[in-house]
Ligand binder design. Structure first.
Ligand SMILES: Nc1ncnc2c1ncn2[C@@H]1O[C@H](COP(=O)(O)OP(=O)(O)OP(=O)(O)O)[C@@H](O)[C@H]1O
Ligand SMILES: [Mg+2]
Length: 257
C-alpha cells in the first residue's frame, strides 16, 4: 500500500472507559475522496476526534500515518503541520481570534508571503457565498450553522492541508451553499491533490464530491465497503441491516411501525 496519504490500521479507541472504535482500517490517497456513512452513534466523529488528537479519545491499539509519518505521537498542532485539517461536526467558537488573524498565522507557518493573505481570504469567502463582514468577527462566534460550515471551508482552502477530515460538512447548509462548498472542496481534490475523508448522512454531498469508496461504520466497526453507488443504495434502504436487533426494535416502536 502506498504511504502517501492517510493510512489508518487497526485503530481501537476508548472514550470515557468505553470501547467506541473496534479496529478501523482505511486509507485515503492524495486526490481521493473516501466517504464514511453509518448510523448515529456508530463512531464516525470519534474517528475524527482520535485522528486529530482530541483529549479524552484514547487510542488503545493501531496506527495512523500521513505520508508515512506517525500521527498519533504528535500534538494536535503538529498534526496540522504535517497536513491534517479537520472540519468538525460542530465547529468550535474561538473568542479573541478572527479569520484574518488565523489566516495570517497560517501563511506565516507555511512560509508564504504575507502580502496576499487578506485578499485570498476575501476571495475564498466570496467564492462560497460567505459575507465578508463575518470575517472580522471572532471565529464562529454568533455565526449560523451554515455560515460556520462556509467559514470552515474557506479556512480549509487556505490551510495547505494534504488530508481533510470533513465531519458532516453538509449539515446546516442550504442548497446553494452545499453546492458552493462541495465544489470548492472538489476543486482542491482535483487541482490540489487534497485527500478527503467525508463523513455524511446524505448522498447529495457525494454528487459533487464523488467518492472512490464508501465505507459504512456501525457499532465501531467497518461493516461494509462499496463504490459511490452504495451511498444511493443506503439512502433507500437505511441502516436496519447493520443495527443490533434491540436497537432496530426500539426505533420501530418509537415510530409505531
Ligand atoms: N466525549 C465523549 N464522552 C462520552 N461518550 C462519547 C464521547 N464522544 C463520543 N461518545 C460516544 O461514542 C459513541 C459514538 O459517538 P460519535 O459521536 O462518534 O458517533 P457518530 O457516528 O459521529 O454519530 P452521529 O451520526 O450522530 O454524528 C456514542 O455512543 C457517543 O455517545
Ligand atoms: Mg458525528
Amino acid at each position: 500500500m502506498s504511504v502517501e496519504g492517510l493510512v489508518v490500521q487497526g485503530l481501537v479507541v476508548d472514550v470515557a472507559g468505553r470501547e467506541i472504535l473496534r479496529g478501523i482500517d482505511l486509507a485515503v490517497q492524495p486526490g481521493e475522496v473516501v466517504a464514511v456513512m453509518g448510523p448515529n452513534g456508530s463512531g464516525k466523529s470519534t474517528l475524527v476526534s482520535a485522528l486529530m488528537g482530541r483529549p479524552g479519545y484514547q487510542v488503545r491499539a493501531g496506527s495512523a500515518t500521513i505520508g508515512g509519518r506517525d500521527l498519533l505521537s504528535l500534538s494536535t498542532s503538529d498534526r496540522a503541520h504535517v497536513g491534517l485539517s479537520v472540519v468538525s461536526q460542530y465547529p468550535g467558537e474561538v473568542e479573541g481570534v478572527d479569520a484574518y488573524q488565523l489566516v495570517e498565522e497560517m501563511y506565516r507557518t507555511r512560509g508564504l508571503p504575507l502580502d496576499s493573505f487578506a485578499q485570498d481570504l476575501l476571495s475564498e469567502a466570496t467564492g462560497v457565498g460567505l459575507s465578508t463582514a463575518l470575517l472580522s468577527r471572532w471565529l464562529n462566534v454568533d455565526l449560523s450553522g451554515g455560515e460556520k460550515k462556509r467559514l470552515e471551508t474557506v479556512l480549509l482552502a487556505l490551510s495547505g492541508a494534504k488530508i481533510a477530515l470533513l465531519d458532516e460538512i453538509d449539515s446546516g447548509l442550504d442548497i446553494d451553499a452545499l453546492r458552493a462548498v462541495s465544489r470548492r472542496v472538489g476543486d482542491q481534490v482535483r487541482q490540489g491533490g487534497l485527500g478527503v475523508l467525508a463523513i455524511t448522512h446524505y448522498a447529495r454531498l457525494l454528487r459533487e464530491l464523488v467518492p472512490t469508496k464508501v465505507i459504512v461504520l456501525a457499532g465501531g466497526k467497518i461493516v461494509r465497503e462499496g463504490d459511490a453507488g452504495l451511498a444511493l443504495e443506503l439512502e433507500k434502504t437505511g441502516y436496519a441491516e447493520f443495527l443490533p436487533e434491540s436497537q432496530e426494535k426500539s426505533s420501530d416502536s418509537i415510530f409505531g411501525l
